[in-house]
Ligand binder design. Sequence first.
Ligand code: CA
Length: 531
Amino acid sequence: MDVLRTLGLRRTPQGERADTRQELNAAGGYAFVLDDVARLRRFLTLGVDGGTYYAAPRELARENAEVVGRMAHEDPETLVGTIVDVSVRGAAPRQNPALFALAYAASVPESAPLALAALPAVARTGTHLFLFAGYVEQFRGWGRGLRRAVAGWYTSKDADALAYQAVKYRQREGWSHRDLLRLAHPTTASPELRATFDWIVRGAVGDATPTLVEGFVAAQAATDTATWVDLVRRHRLSWEMLPDAALGEVAVWDALLDVGVPQTALMRQLPRLTRLGVLPDLGGRTDEVVAQLVDSDRLRSARVHPVSVLVAQRTYASGRSARGAGEWTPTRKVTDALDAAFYAAFGAVEPSGKRTLLAVDVSGSMGDTISGMPITAREASAALALVQLATEPAATAVGFTTGQGGGWYDSALRPLAISPRQRLDDALRVVDAMPMSGTDCALPMVWATEQGAEVDTFVVYTDNETWAGDVHPHQALAEYRRRSGIDARLVVVGMTATGFSIADPSDAGMLDVVGFDGAVPSLITEFARGL
Ligand code: CA
């Protein structure tokens, strides 16, 4: 046998380097390395809670922090600009990574002025500010620049807006507004703002104190339903401003719904509202709550993240909370509304009309939960595939993992029997029931080549920890293009915050995107259209 016949650039086992830009991934295969900006986007969007199948959370956090540190020195404009973009667009389900990165950037001389100037844009609520304060102490002390930036957060608001923040988000992570005001010492010419500071720091109420503060103080002191109801209506109090005892009263919730419960709060309170009998199958407040849940304008303006809706849908449909605190009988209309809200949260996605193969990596590592949320990478992938299925008339979905019977290298690519006509929780159960084994991200392209299938766009949802194939995914795509004559494109949807991608960064027909970003379905169809 001629050993020279075994080497080449068109077909390389995944355990060997096929390109000098590839490095060994955690699973023992070679994959392309993301640049810092792409890695940052993954970190900001996907977070590191829960780690990955291969990396402990702390290890994954350290790797990503290194990227932030490097960019803070080398390219502070792009770092801070990306943090602001991901945060303001609502691209991520949680703000912690953005606030962490901003806090880190606020400690590096090259990036500190930009980072501190961006504080009000990224820390939009009191809770965000408290998270930032906790993170920033991990990197620096309370020097003048930081104190001035925090003072600016308080003085740039009018008194009513600050009072709202002060009574709604009172403390978090060991931080309160009193702590921050004592550190930052803001000064202001506005009597109302000064009175609000006085109330926060000393509990002093005077003529200039915003009336919302008075309403809050009265609600905390009250013990009867009629008073709470009156205060909610008069001061437009939100549920966070009421004592726990008030939140067990139907009349209080009727008042809260009358003055308006914001979108995210409403989603979280659905189990409680159902338990209290506010959302029966017929009558009650069900129809108006359902109408609000599916209102796409409200979803967009409240920056409701689709993955948050997905988690809410599954939790609500299951009839019990993830922490085991309480049970309820789900109201069908509400479950269905959350289902519709999930699709609506992505906004309008214009179909590409292309023949699209949606390929979900269902291998073992995709069974890990992601981003500290009660959902696995393969469930989230299936949900994203459903959005594409709902949009794209000529799309079909498959799940892939290596075969179990005849060894790791057997291909196992199966139709994914999910449909947007199914309920989300039912569709995810289908994915959960599929067998899991090793990872070969080339399978979708190899399969299409073998079958002579006509595919314009391959969309692969994966953690990029591919290792088990005898050809690299980008080589398999090149082979498919050659054999089919179709200039097929590949979109890689990354589901964990690792630094690898199966997409060749120098091939304009391949695109790497971040799985949780709500803009992904639109990005995929635009790329498929050649934009
Ligand atoms: Ca895997």
